[in-house]
Design a protein around this ligand. Sequence first.
Ligand code: FAD
Length: 591
Amino acid sequence: MAVNRRDLLVQAGATAGLAAAAGATLQPVSAQAQQVPATWDREADIVVIGSGATGLTAANVARDAGNSVIVVETQNHYGGHAICSGGNLPLGGGNSYQKKYGIEDSPDLFFRDLTDWSVVEPNGFPTYRYNDREILRAFADNSPATFEFLLDHGVKIVEKGPDRQGGNGVGNSVLRTMHCAVMDWPMVQTGKPADTSVQATMSSGNGLMQPLHAAAVKAGVEILLEHRMTAIHRETPHSGRVIGIAVDNNGTKLNIRAHKAVIVGTGGSSGNVNFRRMFDPRLTEEYCGLAGMPWSTQDASGELAAMAIGASLWGTANFTGEFGDGITKPGTIGCQYGYVNLRWYPGSTVFDKARAIGLHVADWQNLILVNMLGKRFYDETGRQFTGNTYMAVDPYQPDSYLNAKNVKYDPNNFLNAALAGIGDGHNGGGPIWAIFDADAVTREKWDPKPPNVDYDAGFFFSANSIEELAGKIVMKYQRVPMPPHNLVGTVSNYNAFVDAGQDYDFGKPKPLYKIAKPPFYAAWATPVIHDTRAGLRINARCQVVDFNGEVIAGLYAGGESAGGFSMHGLARATCQGFIAGKNAAAENGKA
Ligand SMILES: Cc1cc2nc3c(=O)[nH]c(=O)nc-3n(C[C@H](O)[C@H](O)[C@H](O)COP(=O)(O)OP(=O)(O)OC[C@H]3O[C@@H](n4cnc5c(N)ncnc54)[C@H](O)[C@@H]3O)c2cc1C
């Protein structure tokens, strides 16, 4: 059934209103299509929104093809989540690096792997079953060229054969993950270059984005920091080509004309509480430590601006699924941003926002995890779902139901348990707290003081008794007080399990340590949302498509703001930036 314009605006307006209510950062993106400006403040052939993996790849491609390019970036720094990433780059299909290490791959094999519905994860969820074949085909076909493009633009790869580390869900047939070497670029996590001994061997998003930024600047791409896109303009508010964007530069409003195209590379929507709750109502405010924040947010501004002029969403079933690392168990505790692969240190330019480094947990035997009511819910040493990488299914028979018999179902799932809710009539599971004692601090060699933990914002507490500790846990996401007798009971039960050598509640393998020596501690250990896996509807050329299935001329999107392809990360973003940049550059700019 065709959706009419009025329905669409009501829908988009409702969404944007929710975003504003969620306290989305800075200037809210307009709920309605804007009047076309009478005059333009700036102009370029191609206007790119966002300086992350999609944006800077697209900007370089378009500039190399002879276009003038303006990139607008809302933050006062470039790079997006990509620059804080692990730099693991699963771009396969038969690139020069795979060839160098004797790995035979092809776009056809890559496509077959990406579309093999028979490979499931330990919860039975197939990573790729619901993805759009047209978008996957374009990805598989353009992957090798994207990789060579990155090499040509200064990205250095760690000199070893491709492997399966950190590049989730790229299939079972061959090894495809390369790693961007950090080299001597300053790292955004610390403000300093990595130690010289690891510069050529350490994988890091700094090694991808710093060279891409340098290449763009050298080639004459103009990058406007602290310029937040607030609306996308079409020829008339609801029809015709996309002709530019509105931006907010610290209160000054500007309109930037795009002669050929606008490319959305805003990096997704998982940081916008009300937007993400359209897909999964459990994902309430307490999931506030998104991976990659506070370097950049994923506030849905690209999606909202495009929806306001008619764009559709795509592949929404995959938004934040219970598979792979869409949502993770934290690796560090006692701070707001506890993603397992990212820590912020005092030298970083965003440390004032991050506020604490966090305590890295080496051994989950050293603590128990409790919910808002002070109850355990899980074997703390357990994992969560794993991604399906090379040989994750072994033996592997392409397209065969028999693959499922090789996947071991894993009932000990942190995610479902942590998000399950506490029966108080509200959505979301509430905060999860790690509870431990002074002996655990000694065993882990922790120093539970700032800047390692965040007392001031309520992500860390200590007390001399368990009862007092429960009473102290007061912060904005703890929506009901933790009953002290619950926590006292939980700790005393657990200590009895240690005496008995058996966890009768959750089967933790031989619980080892009592929680007995004051002071006692409560550290934030709430699940971390990682990626955005659904977004704007695009086609194989990365053109944005409306609710009637029609291309919106002059508008492109890629990376985490694009839907239809739920693959994690840099490969999808750089490849779609490459495709979008190429096709945008070839536009003639005529309606
Ligand atoms: C800690 C961490 C580790 C990761 N490790 C890996 C890894 O090893 N391998 C892998 O494949 N993937 C990894 N990823 C995922 C990968 O970094 C992302 O999937 C990828 O960066 C997405 O690219 P993008 O262009 O869509 O968004 P981003 O790279 O986040 O870029 C989006 C940019 O748009 C800007 N922006 C947003 N809204 C506006 C607006 N309204 N106006 C102007 N600018 C705006 C943002 O500030 C940001 O700079 C990791 C992510 C994190 C957080």
